[in-house]
Write a protein that binds this ligand. Structure first.
Ligand SMILES: Cc1cc2nc3c(=O)[nH]c(=O)nc-3n(C[C@H](O)[C@H](O)[C@H](O)COP(=O)(O)OP(=O)(O)OC[C@H]3O[C@@H](n4cnc5c(N)ncnc54)[C@H](O)[C@@H]3O)c2cc1C
Length: 559
């Protein structure tokens, strides 16, 4: 214990000796990722002329580098969970992109609105559907405004009611004309059964199957099959912006929050390492934490804000005991299946070929009003299965000669019972936190939900007109794992990469996203989600950060 305290004192001493200039800003944004890019852009808008410093620990894209990076690239901090019992001791892999733009630089870009009922029933006051919906509209520029409704299937009235036109981030249509016949047939059959959704952002019907729309920017908006580029929030909100009141630094890792000597819970700035030199920046108004679901709680804990029983054993002085920092961590879970087809689906750009289903398992009373299963369909395997770096290339499918034509499905349990923790494990800001998904013993519901999805796929591939025409046999899991779906789950279950909740709204923060127990620190990234969603998180995250930025503007125009 004394050794740890000694090290803390020495580290602080070294900071003090090497600290360079001290600069002042109105706001400091920590992390220029998916949420942080919106915060930096909105807070530096000319209306207030606030000065903003935005810091990201990763580097910026180099010229010529594409942002269709692979998942294990240089920017991935390699965050793994601790061993999970249900997975027979396997670790869960949690890829992130540490660099300007954050994880939206490598994600699947699926843009999908959350269930209206879920927000209305589970989210805190001020964050119900009607509260968030204006910000869903504000952030987007939707294709229904420039493509004919005969093509999109979205009427002009619905387009105007449910979609935004003037927002910074583009939502591009599915590649209508490039969809292979097999998937068009699949959606046709699904339509006769559970119903095809041309517009799953329309809260009147958020159930059925769909072709995926994405956060992508079409290069030619009058051409429905135009090439598109990734629309991360960095690209959409910040890239190329030249504001004298906004300073953006990459390779700048925040090491510490600085608290007022006379008022120990009042945050007044940050200490950061910029390319090897240590600097202090003062925030006249607030520090915004947008470091992501793992680093936001880790940084708070490192600065002494969190559960005492986690901090004291590491010798961290408790600034404020906030029991919720690092709790409530939730991830969606996924298993995959592969089937031999009668003919190979043509390869399409990653994720552009995805069709999906959002379904209700009917297994849980409290989930009846929203979907709790999501299924993706891919034309490629195994490169597109979520965890192939862990599961490994499937030798039979990857290297078979002649190659086997196949189709892959991913089944997500979107609102699992399981939840876990993100917990600091060392005194270094550069170090990884300890991540526990809480997948030790999966509840009956969590297992049955996944089984329901697997059964749904089996039924579709065996017993429908589409299945009889296109599917030859189930390859994976097929008769592997002695035919046991339980063993298949245990050996293959992986993260759906939709981790949220480790500094949850209304628990870790107040309803305006201000961290409880301290002053002047607000959060906007996926750690802020109060519950898991029935769908992918970024559509909701972007609208949340738009709202948090507005709350800040309102607060300081009042003051
Ligand atoms: C492979 C993959 C596919 C996905 N597909 C989809 C999808 O199709 N649709 C969807 O909605 N969601 C998808 N997601 C999830 C979604 O991308 C993430 O939930 C979201 O991008 C997270 O945003 P964030 O702002 O919380 O964190 P991030 O975007 O990760 O931003 C955090 C930033 O903080 C920086 N940072 C961390 N620590 C520090 C520090 N100490 N100092 C300074 N900076 C720091 C990091 O460098 C990073 O840039 C996917 C995720 C993955 C991994």
């Amino acid at each position: 214990m004394y050794i740890i305290q000694f090290l803390v004192v020495i580290t602080c001493f070294i900071y003090c000796l090497s600290v360079k200039d001290v600069l002042e800003y109105d706001f400091i944004v920590v992390g220029i990722g998916s949420g942080g890019s919106i915060m930096a852009a909105r807070l530096s808008e000319p209306d207030n002329n606030w000065s903003v410093l935005a810091l990201d620990r990763g580097s910026a894209m180099q010229n010529g580098q594409t942002n269709e990076d692979d998942l294990s690239g240089l920017h991935d901090p390699n965050y793994f969970s601790i061993a999970q019992d249900y997975l027979l001791g396997r670790l869960v892999r949690n890829p992130r992109y540490y660099g300007i733009g954050g994880t939206a630089m490598i994600n699947g870009m699926t843009a999908i609105a959350p269930s209206r009922h879920l927000l209305d029933q589970l989210w805190p006051t001020g964050w119900k559907w009607n509260d968030l919906f204006p910000y869903m509209i504000k952030m987007q520029n939707h294709y229904c405004y420039y493509l004919p409704s005969s093509l999109t299937g979205i009427s002009d009235a619905d387009c105007q009611k449910w979609h935004g036109k003037d927002g910074p981030i583009d939502i591009a249509p599915p590649l209508f004309k490039r969809m292979p016949e097999q998937l068009l047939d699949l959606m046709k059959e699904c339509d006769e059964d559970i119903g095809f959704m041309t517009d799953y952002d329309n809260p009147i019907k958020q159930y059925g199957c769909y072709f995926q729309q994405q956060f992508r920017k079409p290069l030619n908006k009058s051409n429905p099959d135009s090439a598109t580029i990734r629309a991360s929030t960095w690209e959409a909100y910040l890239n190329g912006m030249n504001r004298s009141n906004l300073q953006i630094l990459d390779s700048a890792t925040v090491l510490k929050l600085v608290f007022d000597e006379n008022e120990p819970t009042k945050c007044i700035g940050v200490i950061y390492d910029y390319k090897g030199q240590i600097y202090t920046a003062i925030a006249r108004k607030e520090v915004i934490l947008s470091a992501g679901v793992f680093d936001t709680p880790k940084l708070l804990q490192l600065f002494g804000v969190g559960p005492k029983q986690w901090l004291e054993p590491l010798g961290i002085k408790v600034v404020a005991e906030n029991l919720e920092v690092g709790k409530n961590f939730m991830d969606q879970m996924a298993v995959y299946m592969a089937f031999e087809t009668t003919e190979q689906l043509p390869p399409l750009p990653w994720a552009a070929d995805t069709s999906g289903w959002i379904l209700n398992s009917g297994l849980k009373e409290s989930n009846m009003n929203w979907t709790d299963i999501q299924i993706y369909c891919y034309s490629r395997f195994p490169g597109l299965t979520l965890d192939f770096p862990i599961v490994g290339l499937d030798p039979i499918l990857a290297y078979s000669k002649p190659s086997i034509p196949f189709i892959t499905f991913l089944v997500f349990n979107t609102i699992p019972d399981a939840s876990g923790t993100v917990k600091i494990q060392s005194l270094s800001s550069y170090d990884r936190p300890q991540i526990d998904h809480g997948w030790q013993n999966l509840s009956e519901y969590d297992q049955n939900n996944l089984q329901h999805g697997v059964n749904f796929i089996r039924n579709m591939t065996r017993n429908t007109r589409w299945g009889r025409r296109y599917i030859k046999q189930e390859l994976f899991p097929g008769n592997r794992f002695e035919g046991s779906d339980d063993l298949h789950r245990r050996l293959n279950l992986c993260s759906a990469y939709h981790q949220v909740g480790s500094c949850a709204l209304g628990k870790c923060t107040d309803n305006e996203a201000l961290v409880l127990g301290i002053k002047n620190v607000r959060v906007c990234d996926t750690s802020l989600f109060p519950t898991q969603l029935n769908v992918n998180p970024t559509y909701t995250l972007y609208s949340m950060c738009e709202k948090v930025a507005d709350l800040i503007k309102k607060q300081y125009s009042r003051d």
